[in-house]
Design a protein around this ligand. Structure first.
Ligand code: BG6
Length: 487
């Protein structure tokens, strides 16, 4: 069946930097379903050809991997169409409907609506689609992709869900989190559930704690106007970090199918301990990089956190007593997303230097899952240094994607777009999942923006957050694994 991808917000950044390059890469690699057409909709008046020409340049710049292939683009470009129009104008939307009818003809078509607009247009687009009967599945499946941010708190997320459900069934809605499209994130599921050796140790008996870090080297820069109202909790924690936590902590689904996978993920969120209001401030630490206030769009004296770390407790049989530390920030030492499974110490320390057992504190074993940019896995363990005596050193076993597999790793949007086209929803968030995520993050947002908090700690760009972040985790008998990826 042919596919139409209708992009609302066609002239925006997401479309030119991510969506079209991903579709082009799929086409070039031979995985884009035959007879896929892309229809862009936005206010800028433009012809099909003008949009194609502009996308050619942005795609050449942003498509990752191999050099831009002019011939492949030449074959891909005729699939791209543009319809100028205003989301708020029913006459314009009617014209879009007519254009789609002309392009698609009488054949049944799988049609995907992609909300790549600013979030305030989500509801008007959905309302217009509903009013024109464009969600009806009489002539093939109709799906809608909703980008982040999905609301700004629990209340707005519930409202958006309710609004979507007035027009679309839950099974038609694909809430995207591009972290789940990353190869190395999907590989966590493979690592855990396609192997037997990890499962016996993947629990409170062997694991001391888990660290999930998404560090970015870049500052907020030009995105100040958006970021200042959002901060790191809404921008990164409610979505990406909680997704990483869910795939790390979930039980094995009975099948690798959307409902089973999503049920297990939601159970993790349901098991996360709700802190009493008085406990929230101590369960996290926050910071702002020096210079943030000078970024365009940032309010004078803003207390918005550009760095945050929180501790979550999962109260279930597998994880009770194993803290999950989540940390993210801008303008940090390097770009790295990693999950560190920190194992317990052996019950008895036999090889402490200068003593016969007991006493000295040695680093525990670690499984480090490098999500990006150096995708791979390292297992850290102690080895005897050759020579006399029992001197030990931490060494590791390494798996690196780039050494093991030839060619580029697909960009996150590529597999996700294909999944929407084929109706595979495992890697998309369900309504209860986003609502639960907000329920977990909202108390931190409230606490961090309350007037009772001490002024935010500053950190120099290029650090792992403020000094208070180390003090905070050290006070809990642990330390951050602050290593830039070397794989
Ligand atoms: C986005 C955030 O969702 O994710 C950005 O809004 C952040 O602030 C980005 O930079 C990080 O994505 P990635 O794939 O580069 O790690």
């Amino acid at each position: 069946m042919p596919h139409s991808i209708v992009i609302f917000g066609a002239s925006g950044d997401l479309t030119s930097r991510k969506l079209v390059p991903a579709l082009y890469n799929l086409f070039r690699g031979g995985s884009l379903p035959a007879d896929t057409r892309i229809v862009g909709y936005s206010r800028t008046p433009m012809s099909d050809d003008a949009w194609r020409a502009s996308l050619r340049d942005t795609t050449a710049k942003h498509a990752e991997g191999e050099p831009f292939d002019e011939k492949a683009w030449g074959e891909f470009a005729p699939r791209i169409h543009y319809q100028p129009g205003d989301i708020g104008s029913s006459a314009d939307m009617e014209q879009l409907k007519e254009r789609l009818a002309v392009l698609e003809g009488a054949a049944a078509v799988t049609r995907v609506y992609y909300l790549a607009t600013a979030p305030q247009f989500y509801e008007p687009v959905v309302a217009a689609i509903g009013a024109l009967g464009m969600a009806s599945e009489e002539n093939g499946p109709r799906r809608i992709v909703v980008e982040k941010p999905f609301g700004t708190d629990l209340q707005t997320a519930k409202r958006l869900n309710a609004h979507l459900h007035t027009v679309f069934a839950e099974s038609q809605i694909y809430r995207i989190d591009h972290y789940l499209g990353k190869e190395s994130v999907q590989n966590i599921i493979a690592l855990r559930f396609a192997n037997t050796i990890f499962e016996p140790v993947w629990n409170r008996r062997y694991i001391d704690h888990v660290q999930i870090t998404v560090a970015e080297e870049v500052p907020v820069g030009r995105r100040g106007a958006y970021y200042d109202g959002s901060g790191v909790l809404r921008d990164m924690f409610q979505n990406h970090l909680l997704q990483l936590l869910m795939v790390t902590a979930m039980e094995a689904p009975v099948k690798y199918r959307a409902t089973a996978v999503r049920n297990e993920k939601v159970k993790v969120l349901e098991s996360i301990r709700a802190y009493e209001p008085a406990e929230v401030a101590a369960a996290g630490t926050r910071g702002q990089y020096r210079g943030y206030l000078a970024d365009p769009g940032v309010a004078p004296g803003s207390q918005t956190a550009t760095f945050g770390a929180i501790r979550l407790e999962i109260d279930n049989w597998r994880w009770q007593g194993v803290p999950f530390y989540l940390r993210s920030g801008k303008a940090m030492s390097c770009r790295t997303t990693q999950i560190v499974i920190a194992f317990r110490q052996p019950p008895l320390e036999l090889f402490a230097e200068g003593s016969r057992g007991g006493g000295s504190h040695r680093e525990g074993n670690r499984l480090v899952i490098q999500i990006q940019p150096a995708e791979g896995i390292q297992l850290h363990f102690h080895t005897k240094v050759p020579g006399g005596g029992m001197k030990l050193r931490l060494t590791d076993l390494e798996f690196s994607y780039s050494r093991e597999f030839k060619g580029r790793l697909p960009e996150a949007y590529e597999p996700l777009l294909l999944d929407v086209m084929t109706g595979e929803a495992s890697l998309f968030a369900r309504s209860d999942e986003v609502e639960k995520s907000w329920e977990i993050i909202d108390p931190f947002v409230r606490a961090w923006s309350s007037g009772e908090m001490t002024p935010i700690d500053l950190y120099e760009p290029g650090n792992w957050g403020p000094a208070s972040s180390d003090a905070w985790i050290n006070a809990q008998g642990r330390s951050w694994f602050d290593i830039c990826p070397v794989l």
